[in-house]
Design a protein around this ligand. Structure first.
Ligand SMILES: Nc1ncnc2c1ncn2[C@@H]1O[C@H](COP(=O)(O)OP(=O)(O)OP(=O)(O)O)[C@@H](O)[C@H]1O
Ligand SMILES: [Mg+2]
Length: 342
C-alpha cells in the first residue's frame, strides 16, 4: 500500500507546488461514503461492509470510475488494523501467471492471520482482465477450497475477459460512468481545497473532455491549474490536447449549411494545430450530439457517417483525406439528403 492521501471529505494541506502528490491519489476516497456516483452498487458494497461477510466480488466498468478505490475502501473497512496482514493486493504490474496463483495466492490463503471476528482475508486481483485464462483456471478450485478463510475481489474493465467459472463464483457489480453533475461536485470540492481559480465554463470544459472518467477529470483540473494557473475553457483545451468544441461546432455548422469550402477551411485549421484524426472524429461525435440547430434526422445521418469514419480511422487510415471525405459526405447530406441516396 502506498496510499498516504487525505480522505476526500477532510481538508487537504495546501500543496507546495512542484512536489505535490497527483490529486487523483491525494483525493482518493478512503471510505465508501466518499466514493461518488454509482449509488446502487456502492450501497450494495456498504451492506457487505456492515454485514462483514464479504462474498467473492467481481467489479467491472470503464477506467477511472472508482473500482479499485471501492475495493480498497471495502477491504480497509472490513479489516481495519489487520489490513496489512489480511490483504494480498495483486495488479497487472505483478507477475500473475499460473505459478503465482499456485504459490503466492495459495500460501497467502493458507497463512494464519488474526482478524476481527467473522472477517476473512481478502485477495484483491486488480485489472483481472489481464490475467491469462490459464491463471484464472488455476484459481477456480483455490477459491473454493479456501473460501472459509479467504475471499477474492476482482476488478476489471471488461468482464468478458474473466472466464465463466470465475464469474459464476462471484457477486458481479457493474460500475457505470460517473454523472456529469457528480464529477462537477467533486471538482468543486477539490477546487475549494486546493484554492483553484476557475470559471464555471472552465469546469464545464473539463467535464466535456472527460466523459464520465473521474480520474481524467481530476487530472485535467490539476494539469490546467498547475500548468496555466487558471481554469477557463481556453486553458483546459490547451492542456487536454483536444480540438476546441467551438472550432468543431463551426465545422459542423458549415457542413450543415452545405458550404464545403468553409468546412474544408475549418478542417485545415484544426488539422494544422496537430490534432490526431481520432481525436477530431470523437470530438465531432460529441459535439454533434449537442447541436440543437441540426434537425434530428440529419443528426442521425451525421452520426452514422462520423461513426463510419471513426471505424476507418481505427483501421489505420488516419489521414486528412479521410476526414475530408467525411466532410464532403456531411455537406452532401445537408444539401439534399434524398438527391444522393442510391
Ligand atoms: N467514484 C469516484 N469518487 C471519487 N473519486 C474517484 C471516483 N472514481 C475515481 N476517482 C478518482 O480517480 C482515481 C482513480 O480511481 P480508481 O483507481 O478507483 O479507478 P478504476 O475504476 O480502478 O480505474 P481502472 O479501470 O483504470 O483501474 C482515484 O484515486 C480517485 O481520486
Ligand atoms: Mg483500477
Amino acid at each position: 500500500m502506498t496510499q498516504t492521501m487525505d480522505s476526500g471529505s477532510s481538508v487537504a494541506p495546501s500543496g507546495t507546488m512542484g512536489y505535490e502528490l497527483p490529486w487523483v491519489e491525494k483525493y482518493r476516497p478512503l471510505n465508501l461514503d466518499d466514493v461518488v456516483g454509482n449509488k446502487d452498487t456502492i450501497d450494495r458494497l456498504k451492506v457487505i461492509q456492515n454485514d462483514g461477510n464479504c462474498p467473492h466480488l467481481l467489479i467491472s466498468g470503464l477506467p477511472g470510475i472508482g473500482k479499485t478505490t471501492s475495493v480498497l475502501c471495502l477491504a480497509r473497512a472490513l479489516l481495519g488494523d489487520a489490513y496489512k496482514e489480511g490483504v494480498l493486493e495483486l495488479n497487472a504490474s505483478d507477475e500473475r501467471g499460473v505459478d503465482v496463483v499456485r504459490n503466492k495466492i495459495k500460501t497467502f490463503a493458507q497463512k494464519k492471520v488474526s482478524l476481527p471476528a467473522g472477517r476473512h482475508k481478502i485477495v484483491i486481483l486488480d485489472e483481472a482482465d489481464s490475467m491469462t485464462p490459464a491463471a484464472q483456471q488455476a484459481l477456480r478450485r483455490t477459491m473454493e477450497i479456501y473460501s472459509n478463510t479467504t475471499r477474492f475481489c476482482f476488478a476489471c474493465n471488461q468482464s468478458n475477459k474473466i472466464i465463466e467459472p470465475i464469474q459464476s463464483r462471484c457477486a458481479i457489480l457493474r460500475y457505470g460512468k460517473v454523472k456529469d453533475e457528480q464529477i462537477l461536485k467533486r471538482l468543486l470540492e477539490i477546487c475549494e481545497m486546493e484554492k483553484v481559480e476557475y470559471t464555471d465554463e472552465g469546469l464545464a470544459a473539463i467535464i466535456f473532455t472527460t466523459e464520465g472518467d473521474m480520474r481524467q477529470a481530476i487530472n485535467n483540473l490539476q494539469s490546467t491549474w498547475t500548468g496555466l494557473g487558471f481554469v477557463n475553457p481556453e486553458n483546459v483545451f490547451k492542456v487536454c490536447d483536444q480540438p476546441h468544441p467551438f472550432l468543431i461546432r463551426a465545422l459542423l455548422t458549415a457542413c450543415q449549411e452545405g458550404d464545403v469550402d468553409l468546412a474544408m477551411d475549418k478542417l485545415d485549421e484544426i488539422w494544422a494545430k496537430g490534432y490526431a484524426a481520432v481525436d477530431i472524429v470523437t470530438t465531432l461525435f460529441r459535439v454533434v450530439k449537442t447541436m440543437d440547430r441540426i434537425p434530428e434526422a440529419t443528426k442521425l445521418e451525421f452520426i452514422k457517417e462520423i461513426g463510419w469514419t471513426h471505424m476507418k480511422i481505427l483501421e489505420g487510415v488516419a489521414t486528412v483525406v479521410q476526414l475530408g471525405g467525411l466532410i464532403a459526405r456531411l455537406c452532401k447530406l445537408s444539401i439534399d439528403p434524398k438527391q444522393f441516396q442510391v
